[in-house]
Design a protein around this ligand. Structure first.
Ligand code: TRP
Length: 442
């Protein structure tokens, strides 16, 4: 079968932005910004996105378009008879693992979207409600299955009829909902306190860890290091331009992360709450905020739909990595590969899901199953994948080849600075964050 191509330049940009914009933008970025020095953190983060994220984003797109293959096939094609294909294999493995628990969390989000419709009663103990939701079994399993099913259905339908069609509807919805939530949040009395918490520059909060957090987040949020962008890039045609597309993806991703903070903190502070971290903020603090807010049920529903959309446009890119591998390398039928892999990944997601009930005694470095999956992905798999990709481009395939591929049809040309960044700065930065994160967690 002829390999599909995105049928419009914007189809690819939206799909890659959809991959990038995910749970990381909505529940992680705003919080780390608020607690790591506000505007000072923002500046460091944007620098990391441009100096570390952008070169790797371009590299992955270039490898993808050049080879028109899944990550394993791509490395095999550019470096035949060498072990470089293992970098692709690490990517496929990461896609598999990350999707399994990402789907569990997205399932919680879907379930909260449905719970929101009835409205949350003010005065509910939301910590207890969340605890009892995740430690039950039927409902989280049902929603995890439902989310995996949606992911599988989109990927089974193909690049143009599945991914591209869906992101063309969901991404504009995502932007629209974000703006509605910001409008609601900023028009509450006392909203300013939240903005101050979020953005007030605080240099005393900046230390080495701040840089590590900024670089790790830049990496995670752009979906780098596991071949997702290689895979999406493999459906690019010769007429598309890589440098500009990567620029758009970087811009949209940063914009949504930045804007999510405007939707969240003004409301949290205006209604008298303190921001918590990650899942606590999303599933405990925000429902309490919505319960106190005029038209809260509606905005709560919109927020959890936003979370679900952001997660779905990311999860499809993870499954696509795994499916493209079976389709390209073993000639599997796409639908069959999607359903088969979706099914397997669903089961791999059960241990993290049951980590709050049946498997609640499990501990690895003090973490529950879900945090353990997350730790392996973010501290080991993705940074290692990114590091090896940068080394591959800088020293094996050659930055000259990457530059040539990336500059085709681009009016914005890359050259010297890209080569310098990908050869020296990116590998050095990643080695530092892997080392420091390992020291921190052990
Ligand atoms: N970028 C996604 C987010 O911000 C998470 C993510 C990390 C991802 N790696 C990925 C998504 C690979 C798709 C593919 O939530």
């Amino acid at each position: 079968m002829e390999r599909e191509n995105w049928t419009s330049k914007f189809g690819f940009i939206l799909a890659a932005s959809g991959s990038a914009i995910g749970l990381g933008n909505i529940w992680r970025f705003p919080y780390i910004t608020g607690t790591n020095g506000g505007a000072a953190f923002l500046l460091i983060y944007i620098t990391a996105i441009i100096l570390i994220g952008y070169p790797v984003l371009i590299s992955e797109m270039a490898i993808g378009r050049k080879t028109a293959r899944n990550p394993i096939g791509a490395f095999k094609k550019l470096a035949p008879d060498t072990p470089w294909w293992l970098v692709g294999a690490l990517g496929v493995l990461s896609g598999f693992v990350i999707l399994s628990y990402y789907s569990v969390v997205a399932g919680w989000g879907m379930s909260y979207a449905v719970k929101s419709i009835g409205g949350f009663a003010d005065g509910t103990d939301f910590a207890a409600l969340f605890g009892s939701h995740i430690s039950s079994t039927f409902s989280p399993i049902f929603w995890h299955a439902a989310f995996m099913f949606l992911t599988v259905a989109v990927i089974g339908a193909g690049i143009v009829n599945g991914i591209q069609k869906v992101v063309k509807v969901l991404m504009p919805m995502l932007f629209l909902i974000t703006f509605l939530l910001i409008f609601r949040s900023l028009t509450l009395e006392g909203a300013l306190k939240g903005l101050i918490f979020y953005l007030k520059p605080d240099l005393s909060a900046v230390n080495l860890q701040t840089f590590v957090d900024a670089i790790s987040q830049a990496f995670f949020t752009l979906s780098l290091g596991m071949g997702a962008i290689i895979t999406y890039g493999s459906y690019l045609s010769e007429n598309d331009n890589i440098n500009e597309s990567a620029g758009y993806v970087m811009f949209f991703d940063t914009a949504v992360a930045f804007l999510a903070g405007f939707a969240i903190f003004p409301a949290v502070f205006a209604l008298g709450f303190d921001p918590a971290a990650g899942p606590g903020l999303t599933f405990i603090t925000l429902p309490a905020v919505f319960a106190k807010m005029p038209l809260g049920a509606l905005f709560s529903f919109l927020f959890f739909i936003l979370l679900t959309i952001a997660a779905l446009t990311s999860s499809i890119s993870m499954l696509e990595v795994v499916v493209a591998f079976l389709v390209d390398e073993y000639g599997w039928n796409r639908k069959k590969a999607s359903y088969f892999m979706g099914f397997l990944i669903f089961f791999v997601g059960l241990p993290p899901l049951l980590g709050y009930s049946s498997f609640s005694n499990f501990r690895f470095l003090g973490m529950d199953v879900l945090d353990t999956y997350d730790w392996f992905s973010n501290v080991i798999f993705l940074p290692t994948g990114g590091l090896l990709t940068a080394i591959f481009v800088g020293y094996y395939w050659g930055s000259t080849n990457a530059v040539e591929e990336a500059n085709k049809n681009s009016s914005f040309k890359i050259g010297k600075s890209y080569r310098f960044l990908i050869k020296y700065i990116v590998p050095a930065a990643i080695i530092i964050i892997i080392t420091l994160s390992l020291i921190n967690s052990i």
